[in-house]
Structures are given as C-alpha cells and as structure tokens.
Write a new protein. Structure first.
Ligand SMILES: Nc1ncnc2c1ncn2[C@@H]1O[C@H](COP(=O)(O)OP(=O)(O)OP(=O)(O)O)[C@@H](O)[C@H]1O
Ligand SMILES: Nc1ncnc2c1ncn2[C@@H]1O[C@H](COP(=O)(O)OP(=O)(O)OP(=O)(O)O)[C@@H](O)[C@H]1O
Ligand SMILES: [Mg+2]
Ligand SMILES: [Mg+2]
Ligand SMILES: [Zn+2]
Lengths: 268, 251, 286, 286, 251
C-alpha cells in the first residue's frame, strides 16, 4: 500500500499500480491515490491491515474489474469497511478476451490483463473520470480536461506502437507470464507464454523451448513478479536473452514506451 | 481351599518368534500370596501382562475370576515394573490415585463421592494422604511407588499384581511395604514378582520360579535343585550357598 | 486497533483469534504433555494434500483439509503405535508425502490457485463469517469431548498402560485425541496457516505449563494466553502492517522465551554445580 | 526422457539430482540413525527466515538461508542438549519462529518477492549452473568431513557417552553434524524446497536401512536410491507434466512403503502371535 | 602397596541442589579390585562418572593416574550400566569394539593395524570373535554385554570401571564373567559396582558401601552393622540375616 490521503483531497483506492497513474492524471491535485496491491502478486490474495485502513479512508475505489484474483476474493470484504464508497469498474466497456487459449482455454475465464492495451487503458480512464465526476460534480470540467489530455497521450502511444510495428515482419514474441494477451490482440501479434496458472513450470519447458525455436524467438520477456529462472532456462536453451517487462509499473505510459522499444529489438 | 482367581493352562507367548513363556500352567486362589522369582528376561512381566490381558498368548487359555482377562480387569490391581512418565507431568497425587477408579466410574462420567472416598482411604493406607496435592513427578521414587500402590488399591481388587514393586524403594520403605502386604493379603490374592528371593521367601505363602517355563512350588519349601534349574547356574551365585528357608519367617 | 474494530471483518478476526485460542488451549495441552508435537505438525502438513485435492476436484479446500487431516491423524496414530518404524522417520515421511500430494494436485488443478498462500501462512483478516460458525462448532465438539472424557484423557496422557489395565479403551481414545488435533488444525489453518499451526498448538500450552501443575488450570491458562497472543498479535500486525499469523507466532515465541528464560535462570541459580560435562547426553527420564 | 536430455536444463536437473542424492544419502543416514529428523526439519524451516532476510537486506536469499540454517542448527543443538525443555516442544517452537520471521521479513522487503514459492517447493528444472557449482562444493565438504570423521560420527551416533569417555569431543562433533545437515538443507532447497527437504533426507536412508546393517553400505545405497528417485521422479514429472520435487518425494514414499510393507509382512509372518493388546504402548528400547 | 590410580578427596555432587555424593574420599591402587555396593540412587553411577570426568563435582578434588580425570580417560575402560542404543543401529560387533580405540587412534585418522589387532584380541578374550560381523542390536543382552566389555578392554586400560555389568546377564554367563575378571585383575585396577552383594563379596578384594556417603572398608570383612548403616534397614532384608562372608570364596 502506497500513498496516503491528506487534507480535503479525494481519497481514491485502486487495485494495481497502473490505475494509480490513470486516476492521478484525471484527478490531478484533487485526488490522493492509494494502491492496494502495491506489493506482491494480484493473482494471489493477501489481505493486509494496511489495505484495510486505506480502503476505510477512501471515498472511491477503482477496480480493474476483469477478474483479477485479488478483486474476486478480497474486494467484497474490503469494501465492507466502507459502505459509502463509490465503486468504479474500470473494465466497463472493455471487450474481454479469454485467457491464452492454448494453456488455459478449458477454464474459460477471461484474461484479466486488460490495461496492457492502450485503447483499453483509454476506456478505463473514461470510467475513472465518470466516477470522479459522480463523486465530485463541482470539479467536473477539471476532470474532463485532464482526462482528455491523458487520453490524447494514450492515443499518441497507440499510434506510435502501430507505426513502429507496421514494418516489422516477425509477429511472435514470448513472455513468461501471459500478461500481454490484449496487447497482442490489439496490434496483430502472437503471444507465446510459458507459465500456466501461476504454477511452477514442469517438463513442458521443453515444448516451450521447441515453440520458441520454431518461431525464431530471441528474447524471453518476464516480469519482476515472476521467478526469473524458468525464463533464464528457456533463454539459454535458445541462446537468447531475458528482458524484463513490468505489467504492473505505476508509470504506465513511459513503461509502455520502454516496453515497445525492447519489443522492437526482440522482433528484429 | 480358596476360590480360584487365576487359571492359566498351557500358555505360550512369543515375541518375534522367540518363545518367552512356554506352556505355563498356573492357578492362584483367593487367599494366595504368590511370589514369582526368576532371572531377567525370564518372562515375569510378560506373565503378569497375560493375566491382565495386555498380552494375548499365542496358545493356551487364561481365566481371571472365571472370565477372560479383559472382562475382569476392574477386579485386578496392578503396580507395574516401570512407571514411565514425564516428571513434569501436570497431575497431582490425587489425580493419579483416582485413575485407579477409572474402570469403576465409567466413560463420560465424573468421579463419584464413593470414588473419592476410596481414593482417600487408599492414600491413608500408604501414608500419603498429606501429599495429595503434590505434583506426582516431584515426589521421590519411593513416594511415587506408594502412590502407585494406592492407585492399585482403590480398584478394590480381588487380585493384586505387583511387578518388582520395591525395586526403586529403599530398604526402610521396603520393610513397611511388606508389612502393608501382610495386611492386604487378608483381603485379596496377591502375586508378587521380585528378584529379592529372601524377601519373597519371608513373606509369601507360595513361590513359583519362572524362566520361560514355570516351576510352581505351591506352599512347599524350595529345594536348592529347583532354584538351580530355574536360574540355570550354581545357586551359590544367587543366594550364596544357603537357599532361603521358610525358617527366615521367624526372623 | 479499537477504531478498526468497527469493521465486521476485524471483529471476525478477533473472534477467530479467540475461537482458535480455545481449541489450541485445550488440545495444545494434550499435544505438549503427551508429546505429540510432531504428529500434530505432520497432521497439519498432510492436510495440505486435502487443500490441493479440494482445488483439483472443485471441493472446498477446507473440507479437503479436514478429510486429509483426519485421515492422516488415524494413519499416523496407527503407524506409530502398531508398526516398528522409528517414529520420527515415519512421521517425517507421511508429513512430506501429504505436502507433496498437495503440490501435485494443485499442479493438476485448472487455473490459478489464488489463496494458496493463505492456506500455508493463514490470514486471520479474511476469515469469513461462515468459518466462524464452523470454528464455534468445532470448539463445541472439542470442549464437550474433553469435558466428558477429561479423566480418561488424563490417564491416557499420564500412563497408557495403567489406563488399559483399568479398562479404558486407550487406543481408541488416542485416535480420538488425534482426530481432535486434526479438527483443531483445521480451525487453526485459517488463522496461522498450515506451516505455523504447530506453534499455536505448542506455545500457549508450553508457557502455561511453566505456570501451573494442574491440567485443568493449564488448559484455561493456555486458552487465555492464546487469546492474548491472537489479540495483541492482530493489533501489532495492524499497526505495523505485517502478516498477522506470523506476528501472532512471534509474539507467542517471545512470551515463551521470556517464561523459559526466567525459569531457566531460576533453575541455573538453584542447581549450584553439576555440569554434565561433554557426553552427558541429556537423559530423558521418560 | 532421453530426448529431453538434449536440453541443458534437463542435464542440469539430472546433475542436481545426483549431487543432492550424494548429500542426502550421506547426511540422511546420520539423520535417520541419530534420530534427528525433526531437528533437520526445524533447520530447514528456520532457513526460511534467512530467505526473507535476504530479500529484506538485498542479500542473496540462498546465502541468507545458509546463515539462518547454520545458526538454527547450532541453536537447536545447544537448546536440546543443554536445557531441559522438552525436545519436541523446543524444536517445534524454533521451527515456527524461523518461518514466521521469514514471512515478516518478506512482508517488510521492498518490491516483489518473485521466487518465494520456489524456495518453499523447489524446482529442480531451473537449477542454474552456478548452483551446481555450489552443490559440488558442498558435496565435497560433506564427503571430506565424513571420510575424515567417519569413526567419530559412528561413535557419536551409537553411544555418545562412551564416545566422551574415550575422549571424542562429542558435543562439538554433534554441532558439526548439525551444521553439515544445515549445509545439506541449503543444497536441497533448490531441488525440493524447504518443505520437502525433510523427506529427501529421510526416505533414501530409511529405505537403505531396510537393506543393510553396515553404515558405509547404507550411505552408498541411500545415495544410489536418492539418485534413482531423483532421476525417475524427474522422468515421471516430465512425462506427466507435474511438479518435479513433489514427484521425486512421492516416488521415494512409494519405494519406502513398498520396502516397509515387505519387511513388515516378513515380520508379521515371523512372529506367530503376540498382539500387544490395547495399551501396549510401543516400548522404544532406546 | 600398589601405585595410586584414583584419588578422590572430599567430593560433593549435587543434582538440582540435592546432594548425591557427600564428601566422598576414595583411593584405588593399581592392584585393587574394588567392589562398590549400595542402594538404588545411592550415587554409584555418579561416582564412576566423576572418575571418568563426565560429571564435575561441585566441591572436592579428583585425580586419575595423577592427572585430572579428562586427561587420563584413554587409560580408563568403562562399561556403563545402561547401554542405550537403537537395536536397529547399523553397526557390527567389530565396529563397536573398535570404538574403544577412538581415543588412541586420534581424530581424522583411520584405525591402524594395531587398533585392529587389539580389537581382535579383546573379542577373543570375551569369546565373541566369531560374531564380529553380526549386527550389535541383534545379539542377546548377555552377548551385547560381552561386546561392551571387549570395547572397554581394547583401550588397554590401567583402570576398569564396571557399572552393574551383570545386571542383564544370566547367571550362567555371570560366572564366566567373574572368572574373566579374575584374570583381568592381574593386569589392571578394577572398580565393580553391583547390587549383587554375594558376588561382590566372593570376588573382590575390597568393598565400599555407597549411600551418598562412602563407607570404605579396605580389605577387611564387612560387618553386618556397616551394611545396616549403608542400607539404612535391617540387613535381613538384603541378605536374610547372614551377611555374606569372605568364607563364600571357598565355595
Ligand atoms: N514388547 C516386546 N517386544 C519384544 N520383546 C519383548 C517385549 N517385551 C519383552 N520382550 C522380551 O521378552 C523377554 C521377557 O521379558 P519380560 O519383561 O517378561 O522379562 P522379566 O522376567 O520381567 O525380566 P526382568 O526381570 O528384567 O523384568 C525378554 O527377553 C524381553 O526382551
Ligand atoms: N542427570 C541427572 N539429573 C538429575 N538427577 C540425577 C541425574 N543422574 C542421577 N540423578 C539422581 O541422582 C541420584 C543418584 O543416581 P545414581 O545413578 O548415581 O545412583 P546409583 O547408585 O547408580 O543407583 P542405581 O543402583 O539405581 O543404578 C538418583 O536419585 C538419581 O535420580
Ligand atoms: Mg520384568
Ligand atoms: Mg547406577
Ligand atoms: Zn498477471
């Protein structure tokens, strides 16, 4: 849990760090954002007393809404501490896609990583803005102006990604944790992933290695949230390298830009 | 003359295939005070456990008060050779003595007034009533032994089985203890296992020697040859030449 | 802390702490005096197999844990009593096999297993009301059983052989006791998790033992101590935003060290001399 | 499986399995015959505190684990020998306190703790080459120490008092043995994880004990068995796509049950009768 | 007459504040065969442990071969009262006997040819050479005891301490054992703790009675009064009236 609400600013609690930038950019000086799952994996459910305090003190809660395990399991309990809170579901209007079919198709649950596609991020920002306006109609114009500025930046990012990828012929990349499903779908790429359901990799690492070789993969992306060693095993088997991508970074736009650069290198 | 309280017929016990009791026949009547002597590993403790139904013989029949041993346990008192317990165990003397009433009180029920009265009487008998609140592990070995005897007494047994009850008791206390037995033997049959041939020969009314097989001597004198057969060695080693006589009773 | 108590689930957490303290106060005393700490630990870890099975077949993991812990209680009871395997080896192996089964089941289960961590390490903050009801029921079972069979359990713990001689069905009671331990483990899993259950069973009873020689008083004291550890552990973890189960255990551990340090000092100063020079392998009079 | 061996990581895994088997074969024999299964389990779990500390202060977690496991080895050795705390209670408490410290440290550590689970459950498939070097070094330490002190460790395990009488520094050797166990635990953590270490230490030695009465042969056999369990466990886990550490343990467990079941049967048919009727609390001649 | 091998001066030992040895003075010379008798808990085992340096006295001085006890351990052989070990322990008779050479062989070194030769001789002496490959836990109690005696012999001690060495040995074996001691006493000083007053009085050359305090009788006869003081009870209990005499030697 990071951040605290001070003075008469609106306290907003959000589930994951990228939402912090979304809310902060829309709310500007009028909001104070607290990230609930700032440490650890939102795919696990670890409720701490800090989170309890943060939610109790917030006026608005922005949830991802796409079926992140933490929200599925803990959010109802958390919100119980604050019955008057304004709950914003950021995924409203986002078209959910099923989890990476090859591995997890049978469970049929949606891929929760909606924010990793900038157009989805724009939808989420709109939802957040609507929530802030509902809560604080007096500053409606301020919020709308901020929203539009930020959405413009997101659109720039989107354009830049499309442009950069336009000339690239290699369209397949590999990531340890399948967090880039929406990104791949949006930009016509194919994501190969290693991990299944957050469990330790097993002997099917060999299949993944073969897959990587077939697709001429040279970079394995992984996140700081995952055990680096399986990615290293694959990278060394294909004589490639491991690159880090943090799907949970708080500085969303610059993080995505940096990711784009490494992705381009990987697709060379 | 008395009523038969224990009857063993051709009892065999093996541990891991090694026979410990070999065709033991034994009869104890309700006015008997039977002493059992024999070398280490001769099967004395095992014999008592057979009578208690703790060890089932491989062959042979056992009756206690005319019933199978496990049916008549509540009429049998037992003081075991080793009371292995944790010296820090959170139980008082009183708790321990009351355990003797477990079989009478019955599952799920608390101890009755009678149970407590009997426990008090038994503690008085062994002279430990003053120590009833003491933690059992904090008593000396001899005091503990008295408590265990009291625990065996409260069952109001018709048969009392004592397995080397004086081994951890000092000689002064031993004398007292044998005097206690002198009283008890009016009320119940007693079987006493002991290495202390002299004490046994002084106090008991019958002697049996056990070394896998039982040499039962009823109330006759024990001839040196019998002892030799039991211990399989010159008797001199055990009782330095002079076999304990009945005569010692008059000491 | 007091302001936190306005929230339902904080009150649930406190209630869960107290209910757990009752179970571990009463059963923990038997665990400590009958020296079945490792059997209890083994039961707790084996229950992980049930958690995994729950995920795999879509049952409630806590139900799976209850099944596995009861089965392993009976298994360990019978194996350690009826066979000649060295007890520590047998328990250690069953312990690890239960855990390994859990891991395999979880690996086979579809999708994410999000609250695995909470089964391993517990989270008193997320005890749902339904679990409180379960805990009350289990506490009631434990209390009623122990009240009804107090004298038999005392005899069982003190001297099994004599118990058998006076006609107490010791083996069945021993297995019953292990089953009560299994139920307690299930109750405690929510609070401190599988891995730390062993501590909550042991610490309050071990501290209580330093303070009294009477088993009934020990149970009451252990319950009170357990409730205090749970309450203040919860408080500390709330104030410092750290894991609650671990804080409860560390608090208990500190109390334990304090009480043993104290009585240790007393003992050292009382003994005057006698250093069992090297090789004086501690002789357990047991 | 054979085709899988073309991959580096599979060859590393096999090598890690064999290196682990050497450590657990040799040290496991002492663990089993000296009956320190639970002390070993305690050392393993306490090492989790070091993993947490590593994350907290930015040290290598495996180094932290090594420090904590050595410290807890000495701590448990001294506490169980020098104080009068009941051994099971003392070990159980230290065990849980180590774990609880790990959890708290990890909670306090900044950022993510990515491979927590791999410390708990291990993953032989991702053992990097650098770890293999570490394992070779530790195996060398273990083998050299045991070769040099074989006769002293034998005496220590068999009859400490006599060892002391003939002038063997038994306490220091005992602590050294516990430190070797601690090192073994560190080696094994990569392979099967903290929670399952106890099994890999115990199972091969326990099975080997069924097959020979000679300690040296026991060590060789336990090493061979451990390597076989690791190899075939790896194979099975590869074929069926399940967790490798857990599969290795389950395979060992099955071998164990088979060997004990077999000798149990032999024993039962040999004994003819004698059922220690209820209350016949197993009398350990120790 | 002989050289002094053990000298205790005013030795006090307390366990948890309770005195077990109270001002014990003792001298053993190199041709002595000293028997120590006394009641359970009298401190006999403790006294031997003091001589071995396993227990440090709270007060008093101890010399063994003129040195502190821990310095002269390699010249002392010891057979303890209880050899507690796991019957499944993976060690052969040969392994166990070699343990007696640990102090001579030194850390880090394997056993030398001499060590092995001595072990063979010792096993021959106790008649167990044929069993050298057997697993120790699979031997009978008496056979185990012989192995432990061999283990004590291989140290080539100048002083042999035996703590109730015949307790788990059957009478037949006991006789053999005492005959073995008869031979050994030519070569070393022997201290024998035993409850078996008769055996002690037959074989030993000096007797001491230990009941917290030591009543050392040199080589004189033990008067009944002395035994009474030691055991604090009518001697009749212990030896039925007739105190064991030297006379028994002639049996
Ligand atoms: N539970 C058991 N399992 C295997 N063997 C046993 C068991 N109990 C006793 N024995 C063996 O059976 C034999 C007889 O034992 P028992 O205890 O009946 O002898 P005892 O006459 O009471 O000896 P002591 O005088 O030493 O008390 C001994 O050799 C002993 O080792
Ligand atoms: N390590 C110990 N800690 C506490 N008390 C002890 C310890 N060892 C012995 N004692 C106590 O010291 C007293 C003397 O013990 P010791 O073993 O020397 O007696 P003993 O004469 O050898 O008796 P026995 O004939 O039964 O072998 C006993 O009361 C015993 O309980
Ligand atoms: Mg006996
Ligand atoms: Mg002794
Ligand atoms: Zn994710």
């Amino acid at each position: 849990v990071t951040g605290t609400s001070v003075g008469d600013r609106i306290g907003v609690a959000v589930t994951i760090p990228p939402l912090q930038e979304f809310v902060q950019r829309v709310g500007g000086d009028l909001v104070d954002v607290t990230v609930i799952v700032s440490q650890g994996d939102p795919h696990e459910s670890r409720l701490t007393s800090g989170q309890v305090k943060a939610v109790a003190e917030a006026e608005m809660y922005a949830k991802v809404g796409s079926g992140i395990e933490f929200e599925l399991l803990q959010l109802d309990d958390l919100l119980e501490t604050n019955k008057d809170i304004v709950l914003v579901d950021c995924s409203e209007g986002v078209e959910l896609i099923p989890m990476d079919g090859e591995h997890n198709g049978e469970s049929g649950s949606p891929d929760p990583h909606i924010w990793m596609s900038p157009p989805n991020a724009a939808i989420m920002v709109r939802n957040i803005c609507d929530g802030l306006v509902r809560l604080d109609p007096e500053n409606r114009d301020y919020y709308l102006a901020n929203r539009d500025t930020y959405i413009q930046e997101l659109e720039d990012l989107d354009g830049r990604i499309r442009q950069s990828l336009a000339g690239v012929s290699k369209r397949t990349f590999m990531v340890y944790h399948p967090s880039l499903g929406y990104f791949a779908a949006e930009y016509g790429l194919t994501m190969l992933s290693v991990e299944e359901g957050g469990k330790e990799p097993t002997g099917d690492l060999t299949r993944t290695i073969e897959q990587a070789k077939e697709n001429d993969i040279t970079v394995v992306f992984t996140s700081p949230l995952s055990d680096p060693r399986p990615a290293e095993v694959i990278a060394s088997a294909i004589r490639g390298e491991v690159r880090y991508i943090d799907p949970l970074a708080a500085d969303y736009i610059s993080n995505m830009r940096a990711f784009l650069d490494t992705l381009l290198e990987a697709l060379e | 003359m008395g009523r038969e309280v224990v009857r063993l017929e051709d009892v065999w016990v093996r541990y891991d295939g090694v026979p410990v009791l070999e065709g033991v026949d034994l009869t104890v009547e309700d006015d008997d005070f039977l002493g059992i002597i024999g070398p280490n590993g001769g099967g004395k403790t095992t014999l008592l456990k057979v009578i208690l139904g703790l060890v089932r013989p491989a062959r042979g029949k056992v009756w206690v008060m005319g019933k199978p041993p496990r049916m008549s346990r509540h009429e049998v008192g037992y003081v075991s050779q080793h009371s292995l317990f944790d010296p820090d165990f959170p139980a008082s003397v009183w708790d321990v003595v009351l355990m003797g009433r477990l079989g009478r009180a019955g599952l799920f029920k608390p101890y009755s007034r009678t149970d407590k009265q009997k426990a008090e009487d038994a503690l008085k008998t062994v002279g430990m009533l003053d120590h009833r609140e003491r933690q059992i592990g904090r008593l000396s070995g001899g005091e503990q032994q008295r408590v265990f005897i009291a625990r065996a007494l409260v069952t109001e047994p018709k048969l009392m089985l004592l397995d080397e009850p004086t081994a951890s008791v000092d000689p002064a206390m031993q004398t007292e203890f044998y005097e206690l037995l002198e009283n008890l033997k009016q009320r119940m049959a007693i079987v006493l296992v002991s290495h202390d041939i002299s004490a046994v020969s002084v106090y008991v009314s019958k002697i049996a020697c056990l070394n896998h097989q039982l040499f039962y001597h009823g109330s006759e004198e024990i001839a040196p040859e019998v002892l030799e057969a039991t211990y399989k060695c010159p008797v001199q080693m055990i009782a330095h030449g002079t076999v304990p006589h009945r005569v010692l009773k008059e000491h | 802390m007091l302001d936190a108590l306005q929230y339902d689930f904080m009150r649930n957490a406190v209630a869960a702490g107290v209910l757990a303290a009752v179970a571990c106060g009463i059963i923990g005393v038997y665990v400590v005096v009958k020296r079945v700490v490792f059997i209890s630990g083994g039961i707790a870890h084996a229950s992980f197999g049930g958690v995994g099975l729950g995920y795999l077949v879509g049952l409630s993991p806590i139900l799976g844990a209850a099944l596995f812990s009861l089965a392993s209680a009976l298994g360990m009871g019978l194996v350690t009593r009826r066979t000649r395997l060295p007890e520590d080896t047998a328990i250690g192996i069953m312990w690890a096999i239960g855990m390994a089964m859990g891991i395999i089941f979880i690996g086979l289960a579809p999708g994410y297993v999000p609250d695995l961590f909470s089964y391993l390490f517990g989270n008193i903050l997320t005890v749902p009301f339904s679990d409180l009801v379960l805990m009350i029921a289990l506490d009631a079972v434990i209390v009623v059983t122990v009240v009804l069979l107090y004298k038999e359990f005392l005899a069982l713990s003190f001297d099994e052989e004599f118990g058998a001689v006076v006609g107490v069905p010791v083996e069945r009671l021993y297995l019953l006791l292990l089953c009560l331990i299994a139920l307690t483990v299930v109750v405690l899993i929510r609070v401190v998790g599988i891995i730390l259950v062993i501590a909550l069973l042991t610490i309050p009873a071990a501290v209580a033992r330093q303070l009294t020689h009477d088993m009934k008083k020990m149970m009451v004291l252990a319950t009170v101590l357990g409730a205090l550890f749970a309450f203040f552990g919860l408080w500390l973890s709330y104030e410092f935003d750290v894991a609650s189960g671990a804080t409860i255990i560390l608090l208990g551990g500190a109390a334990m060290l304090a009480s043993f340090g104290f009585s240790g000092l007393r003992r050292v100063s009382g003994r005057e001399a006698i250093v069992p020079a090297d090789g004086g392998q501690r002789q357990d009079r047991r």
